[in-house]
Structures are given as structure tokens and as C-alpha cells.
Design a protein around this ligand. Structure first.
Ligand SMILES: [Zn+2]
Length: 86
């Protein structure tokens, strides 16, 4: 009876260790997949056009003062709407 108990304990420990190793492997594999994902945009920051509120990469945006715009046209239209007419 004692031997059976010891076998059960050994089996439980092995099972627990295997589960732990499997989880570690899965986390490692997930990290590897995230690193090699080609569609991820890690190099560019996303900014928002102050006029039309569209999101675009920083390198494609136009910066005027502290604001970002998707194009030069939206910058001038933004200024037109900011300044009161007359
Ligand atoms: Zn815009």
C-alpha cells in the first residue's frame, strides 16, 4: 500500500513538472511568434489628424505646431475654422 502511495506521489510530481514545462514552452513560443510577426507596426507611432481625426503613421503625417494633420490641406482648413471670420 505504501509503495502505491509513493508511486502516486512521483506520478503527481512528474505530471506537475511536465505541465509547468509545457506552460513555459508555450509562453516562450508565443513570445517568439510575437517577435517575428511581420504585420506588427513597431517602428512607427500612430498620430491623429486634428481636422478629420483619422489615424495614420507618424512618418506619413504633417506636423504643424503641436498638432498632426493627415495632409497640408487639412492643416489650412483647420486654421480657417479656428480663426473667427470677419
Ligand atoms: Zn485629415
Amino acid at each position: 500500500m505504501n509503495l502505491l502511495l509513493i508511486r502516486l506521489i512521483i506520478f503527481a510530481v512528474l505530471f506537475w513538472a511536465g505541465l509547468k514545462l509545457y506552460r513555459m514552452y508555450r509562453e516562450w513560443k508565443l513570445a517568439q511568434d510575437n517577435d517575428s510577426r511581420p504585420e506588427a507596426i513597431d517602428d512607427g507611432r500612430m498620430v491623429r489628424c486634428a481636422y478629420c481625426r483619422v489615424h495614420l503613421p507618424e512618418q506619413d503625417a504633417v506636423r504643424r505646431d503641436a498638432l498632426w494633420f493627415c495632409c497640408e490641406g487639412h492643416h489650412s482648413r483647420f486654421l480657417e475654422e479656428q480663426q473667427p471670420k470677419g
